[in-house]
Design a protein around this ligand. Structure first.
Ligand code: PBG
Length: 323
């Protein structure tokens, strides 16, 4: 035997030296949930150890994460039902609790990079990402709302706009609106290949944003399709996306890999709420080693080709590599 692959695995130093994929907190984006009020740290039963925070406590949590080396945060608003309407009016009101909180975070921690979601669902009485008319999600009438929401978020200090709505043409419309309002430096990370997935359940619990009727299959992608991701990515890049995202991550590692091979644009992946919940459920039963499973999952998403990973494991991972 001339070739014995085990020689490169014989001790930790050699294994580490030949390791092809690296994973650090630099790769991670931490999704967090904000709720209006004071001194709130509310449990989300389907998302263990993840909370709905009021801004005062969220600021301390962000400070703690920054100390651990997490620098990018994606903040989602949990909106009270009585403030939701068909056209998601609250989403672009500059005085809404979310945009006020973003300003506060940016003024306290200018070094924190903030990302936001652009879609109607957290603010919509229909619970859909687009405008609903006669039971249909109407594409073109949704676009101006998304543009207004994006400009309001950029004004509040968001660094990376994350259109997650899957309407056709939205990246171009948002890019144009941002530029017109003087936000040519605000980035866009588009949810490019976002699948109609069963793994978003705990997130919808967190925001109470489950669609009131129907599902999201007329705008989110069919899990059976891969080539369609190339079409979506081509459009988003042409329209001005700086980064393209695949979501969810674990069932779609092939799609991450495909987009990585196909385009020079940085690829990110969203390790979604259901993927997080599964690991927690199994490790609480003693069926999985939590730390080892988290590391392997995140590393695999990197190996598939994602530069950045949105993950609820971010803080745990940061603490894990410290100890
Ligand atoms: C909403 C949005 C969703 C997620 C991120 N943005 C849910 C959905 O599309 O229904 C899911 C994230 C997760 O499950 O962690 N536009």
């Amino acid at each position: 035997m001339n070739i014995r692959p085990r020689r490169n695995r014989k001790n930790a130093a050699i294994r580490d030296m030949v390791q092809e994929t690296q994973l650090s907190t630099d790769n991670l984006i931490y999704p967090m949930f904000l709720k209006d009020g004071n001194k709130i740290k509310e449990d989300i039963p389907s998302l263990p150890n993840i909370y709905r925070w009021s801004i005062d406590l969220l600021l301390s949590e962000i400070e703690e994460c920054l100390k651990l080396g997490i620098r990018v945060f994606d903040i989602f608003p949990a909106v009270e039902d009585r403030l939701k309407d068909k056209t998601a009016t609250l989403s672009y009101d500059p005085n809404n609790f979310y945009l006020k909180a973003i300003r506060e975070i940016k003024s306290k921690f200018p070094e924190a990079v903030l990302m936001s979601d652009v879609a109607l669902d957290p603010y919509s009485s229909d619970g859909h990402d687009g405008l609903v008319e006669n039971g249909k999600i109407v594409n073109d009438k949704t676009l101006p709302i998304l543009a207004k929401m994006s400009v309001a978020q950029a004004e509040a200090g968001i660094d990376i706009i994350g259109p997650s709505d899957m309407m056709d043409g939205r990246v171009g419309v948002i890019r144009e609106a941002l530029d017109e309002h003087g936000f040519s430096e605000t980035s866009i990370m588009s949810y490019t290949a976002k699948y109609a997935s069963s793994f978003y359940g705990p997130f919808r619990d967190a925001l109470n944003s489950t669609p009131k009727s129907g599902d999201k299959k007329t705008y989110q992608m069919n899990p059976a399709n891969k080539m369609e991701a190339i079409v979506e990515a081509g459009l988003d890049i042409e329209e001005g996306a700086d980064m393209i995202m695949v979501k969810p991550a674990l069932c779609y590692l092939d799609v991450i890999h495909l987009l990585k091979e196909h385009y020079p644009t940085p690829v990110t992946a969203y390790n979604v709420s259901g993927e997080y919940a599964m690991v927690h459920a199994a490790s609480r039963n003693g069926w999985l080693d939590y730390n080892a499973a988290v590391y392997e999952m995140l590393l695999s998403i990197r190996r598939a080709g994602a530069e950045g990973i949105l993950t609820y494991f971010a803080k745990d991972f940061a603490q894990m590599i410290r100890s």
